[in-house]
Design a binder for this molecule. Structure first.
Ligand SMILES: [Zn+2]
Length: 107
């Protein structure tokens, strides 16, 4: 029998192993870390993007309780709940202030 063959050819070269462990593994780790951090940044950008377009509280100065009526003297719109009213010729008029009401009476 030929007992001299010990399978030297089938044994992987140690250099190749070092190459795989020292280069391919760090590369793999680096790629993993990069995708990981990229995911963090993307979610963070999504968070800021979702908070940015929060609709500004565009609350027009609508006084609660009432429709808006035009002050016939100065032209401002006052809500019927907070206006100074005066009945002229059977018509209810809304004024923003007593001054306007008095002006209307004087006119
Ligand atoms: Zn007025």
């Amino acid at each position: 029998m030929n007992s001299g063959a010990r399978g030297d050819a089938s044994r992987p070269a140690p250099m190749l192993r070092y190459l795989i462990i020292d280069i391919l593994l760090p590369l793999l780790l680096f790629a993993l870390l990069r995708s990981f951090f990229r995911g963090i940044f993307q979610t963070r950008r999504d968070v800021t993007r979702s908070t940015q377009p929060a609709p500004p509280p565009s609350a027009p100065h609508v006084v609660a309780g009432g429709e808006l009526k035009k002050d016939p003297v100065c032209g401002t719109y006052v809500s019927t709940g907070a206006s100074v009213t005066r009945t002229v010729d059977g018509q209810l008029l809304h004024f923003c202030s007593k001054e306007c009401r008095d002006k209307y009476r004087a006119a």
